[in-house]
Design a protein around this ligand. Structure first.
Ligand code: ADP
Ligand code: MG
Length: 286
């Protein structure tokens, strides 16, 4: 592409809410065959809210109080949902010590002399979750993410959170498919939750329960000609590894720095717009 056509193309894209941090990405994006989206914060709002609370032998308030005490030190969107619910119920949170978070798994800390663990089933390897599984699976099929709570190594209950899809996500998937681009979802969330949301959005290719380090391999396995769209700190390696990294402008600075293209308003439809502008710019040159 000539420098002038790149200038015109990136200028046009900017008017439409797409920032090309590197002009060459205009050319690469025109040839993209697959767009892989992160789920949380990219296709969904990234603002999960608590929807269900299941406490085994005990009070739900106590479960929420202990889980929230752990999550005060976490920056994960799920943690924010748990904290907001505890605040909404006016719960006073006890001190937590020895906090540790494992990306893609969950978090744990000592609260009132007990080890409280909050997170995905894989954080709780060795804890018998069988009493919670039927409810967890039913919630997951509705697209709600089950977050397990264990106290001193025993299942105590679960908290379900739901994160609404962005208003344009479904239309963005349809637009990309009409343009002949394959669409995939890559997420750390549970398979059943990912499947439910993907079905709602019309996405057939789903990679769920992918640990933060695993997104790179999944994205590379889709190439060549793959663009990855993400918002989180844990998306940065996959954004760098994709042929084109596209960051959600409302996401983390780390993701934006790793990407070549930024969706300024965070609208997934802008991915289709970006590809359309890229194709038009390249066609002008030929
Ligand atoms: P995504 O790829 O969709 O942005 P993550 O990789 O950040 O998701 O997280 C994957 C899963 O790990 C979550 O769905 C949740 O089950 C669990 N998890 C991670 N961090 C936390 C936390 N602080 N509290 C509770 N659960 C967590
Ligand atoms: Mg995300």
């Amino acid at each position: 592409a000539t420098p002038v056509s790149i200038m015109v193309g990136t200028g046009r894209a900017a008017q439409l809410g797409v920032l090309f941090r590197r002009g060459e990405a205009l050319q690469t994006l025109a040839g993209v065959k697959t767009v892989a989206f992160d789920k949380t914060g990219t296709l969904t709002q990234g603002k999960p809210v608590l929807t269900d609370l299941v406490a085994l032998n005990g009070a739900g308030d106590d479960l929420l109080r202990l889980a929230a005490a752990v999550e005060t030190q976490s920056e994960h969107p799920l943690a924010q949902a748990i904290l907001a619910a505890a605040a909404g119920q006016g719960l006073a949170l006890p001190e937590a010590s020895g906090f540790a978070a494992t990306p893609g798994h969950g978090a744990e800390a000592m609260v009132e002399g007990r080890l409280v663990q909050v997170g995905a089933a894989r954080l709780l390897a060795g804890v018998d979750l069988s009493a919670l599984l039927p409810q967890a699976e039913a919630l997951a099929r509705q697209g709600r993410t089950p977050v397990y709570v264990a106290i001193d190594g025993k299942a105590a209950g679960l908290i379900a959170v739901a994160d609404a899809v962005k208003p344009s996500s479904r239309a963005a998937v349809a637009a990309l498919r009409r343009m002949g681009v394959a669409v995939a979802m890559v997420t750390g969330d549970a398979q059943a939750v990912a499947d439910a949301i993907a079905a709602d959005l019309g996405i057939a290719q789903v990679h769920a329960e992918v640990l933060p380090g695993g997104k790179v391999a999944v994205v590379q396995g889709m190439g060549p000609g793959v663009a990855f769209v993400g918002d989180g700190i844990n998306d940065a390696p996959a954004l760098a590894a994709a042929d084109v990294g596209i960051a959600v402008g409302t996401g983390t600075d780390v993701a934006i720095e790793a990407a070549e293209v930024v969706l300024i308003g965070g609208d997934p439809m802008a991915v289709a717009t970006a590809i359309r502008v890229s194709r038009a710019s390249m066609a002008n040159i030929r």
